[in-house]
Design a protein. Structure first.
Ligand SMILES: Nc1ncnc2c1ncn2[C@@H]1O[C@H](COP(=O)(O)OP(=O)(O)OP(=O)(O)O)[C@@H](O)[C@H]1O
Length: 241
């Protein structure tokens, strides 16, 4: 397995303010799903924006599939194979499902049919405007649009935002199929901790912009009290293996 996304000593924040992410080191392998967890305001979205070049880093480095990517250069990140699904899903709400999918750049082989095989529910909604879809269908479409770009790295911010847990439970296994089929490295920010741990290979908890806990997701799922402590910022910054 090779490392597809590597963040080294990353510090990030907003102009004029103090860093909101500090000393962050993350490596995500081909086909790996890493859950990035942490309380509100911990810096998870800031980290995704920085990794995807939408926000310049304050220091540290970003590598995508071995290629160093200049901080703050979203085009370079996309060229290197990184695709972000933002928490607002960024759909063209006046266009149909089909148009949303076809408008997404297609570089090597992901076809609309392949996307529909991951999300068969979109077949029946193919000619419907994205703005008329349910929240779950919109999330399927947002992920589908990302897949049309053949991502090497897929960053997903708050997949479950506004969705009932039962819908989230249906969506998460698709990410495992995508990681297995395509080898994409997936970095998932998710508030449903146990659902995320159930899916992910590895999990990292951040609090106050710094890593406070890291381990195999299956191990952390058996230690909910450690997760709880980490959310409160009181866990020692030790790896759990
Ligand atoms: N555009 C911005 N300008 C200045 N500060 C910001 C901006 N966006 C976020 N922040 C601050 O950065 C910190 C981290 O926010 P961030 O959204 O990255 O956290 P998060 O872990 O994703 O939280 P949530 O789960 O609530 O989305 C917070 O203190 C927040 O107020």
């Amino acid at each position: 397995m090779s490392t597809i996304l590597e963040l080294k000593d990353l510090a990030a924040g907003y102009s004029g303010g103090r860093p909101v992410v500090r000393d962050l080191n993350l490596a995500v392998e081909q086909g790996e799903i890493l859950a990035l967890l942490g309380p509100n305001g911990a810096g998870k979205t800031t980290m995704l924006l920085t990794a995807s070049g939408l926000l310049p880093s304050l220091s540290g480095s970003i590598e995508i599939d071995g290629t160093p990517v200049k901080s703050g250069n979203a085009r370079a990140a996309v060229r290197a194979g990184l695709v972000l699904v933002p928490d607002d899903r960024a759909l063209f709400t006046t266009l149909t499902v089909e148009e949303n999918l076809r408008l997404s750049r297609q570089r090597k082989g992901t076809t609309v049919d392949k996307v529909l095989s991951y999300f068969p529910a979109l077949k029946e909604r193919f000619k419907v405007g994205a703005g008329q879809l349910s929240g779950g269908e919109q999330q399927m479409l947002a992920i589908g649009r990302a897949l049309m770009q053949d991502p090497k790295v897929l960053l997903i911010d708050e997949l479950s935002m506004g969705l009932a847990p039962v819908i989230v439970e249906g969506l998460l296994p698709v990410l495992r199929r995508v990681a297995d089929d395509t080898g994409a490295a997936i970095l998932l920010v998710e508030q449903h901790v146990m659902l995320a741990l159930d899916l992910a290979d590895t999990a990292v908890v951040v609090a106050h912009g710094q890593e406070v806990l890291r381990g195999a997701a299956s191990d952390l799922a058996r230690s909910p009290q450690r997760i709880e402590q980490a959310y409160l910022g009181s866990a020692p910054p030790l790896a759990v293996s």
